[in-house]
Design a protein around this ligand. Structure first.
Ligand code: SF4
Length: 70
């Protein structure tokens, strides 16, 4: 019997830890934008893993993370 593949993890922002540097919006243009205060809004959390891992690595506040929760 075939099994249903696990859904891919979604990219999330810890809004308490985020300091609004905006690196994520630059690296993930089209998926993350900045609100009027310069904080990120994730429009499309289904980021390819390599791109998301790169943004995680460059986030100066370590505020990005992967989540299995929908
Ligand atoms: S790179 Fe990190 S600290 Fe900067 S806006 Fe994005 S989540 Fe926040």
């Amino acid at each position: 019997m075939p099994t249903t593949p696990e859904p891919a993890p979604a990219l999330r922002v810890d809004r308490v830890a985020c300091t609004g540097h905006g690196v994520c919006a630059t690296l993930l243009a089209g998926r993350v934008r900045l609100d009027e205060w310069g904080y990120p809004v994730v429009d499309d959390a289904h980021v390819p893993r390599p791109d998301g891992d790169r943004a995680l690595a460059f986030c100066p506040a370590r505020a990005l993370y992967w989540s299995d929760r929908r």
